[in-house]
Design a protein around this ligand. Structure first.
Ligand SMILES: [Zn+2]
Length: 196
């Protein structure tokens, strides 16, 4: 009887929550952003670390953020060295990531002007790094790897993860294990205007 009650409760909850799922996803922000804004984000690909393997996916993700199909506040400019750049891409082995965890497809890092790590929830940042887990991505589906790169770029712009239980599987900022899209959505660019 108790189980039936729970089932009924779950069913009622599902019915209550269903109309919410037609609403647009809301992407939260980390709190702060690039000190120099996102209208000219200089980026660098570290070919020495094997990141050249991902170059075309990085460029695809770049174009996706710049031209998702509607107006985007993001513009990126490629640089040939990492001197003064705002966004640097590196490939790293599994051992670089927390707990040697292959579940980490990528990671975004935030730094101040002196190269000290900062927590973007609390302060703005001067430059960022996207670390691509080469062990986890080398043989992975290219569309999904591009989605991961676009996702990590979203973090560098200042975007956070949508709540799992909300309606936000259709954001590039949703985590890979339940994300239903691999490209930038309108909710993702909308969230940028909360920061910049
Ligand atoms: Zn993430």
């Amino acid at each position: 009887m108790k189980n039936l009650k729970n089932l009924l409760f779950a069913t009622i909850l599902t019915i209550i929550l269903m109309p919410l799922s037609v609403q647009a996803a809301v992407v939260p922000i980390l709190g702060h952003g690039f000190t120099r804004g996102i209208s000219r984000v200089s980026y660098y690909i570290d070919y020495n670390s094997g990141t050249g393997f991902y170059e075309y996916l990085i460029i695809n993700a770049e174009h996706n953020w710049e031209s998702p199909g509607w107006t985007s506040p993001v513009n990126l400019v490629a640089a040939s060295s990492n001197s003064g750049t705002m966004l640097d891409f590196y490939a790293k082995p599994n051992s670089y990531f927390p707990e040697d965890n292959a579940d980490y497809y990528g990671m975004a890092e935030f730094y101040d002007n002196s190269g000290n790590p900062v927590i973007p929830d609390y302060q703005s940042y001067v430059f960022t790094r996207v670390q691509i887990n080469d062990d986890a991505n080398h043989y992975r589906n290219a569309t999904e790897v591009q989605g991961t790169i676009a996702h990590e770029m979203g973090h560098t712009f200042g975007l956070a993860h949508p709540e799992v239980l909300s309606t936000n599987a259709d954001s590039i900022m949703s985590q890979s294990w339940f994300r239903t899209v691999q490209t930038v959505q309108r909710c993702d660019t909308d969230a940028l205007y909360k920061i910049y």
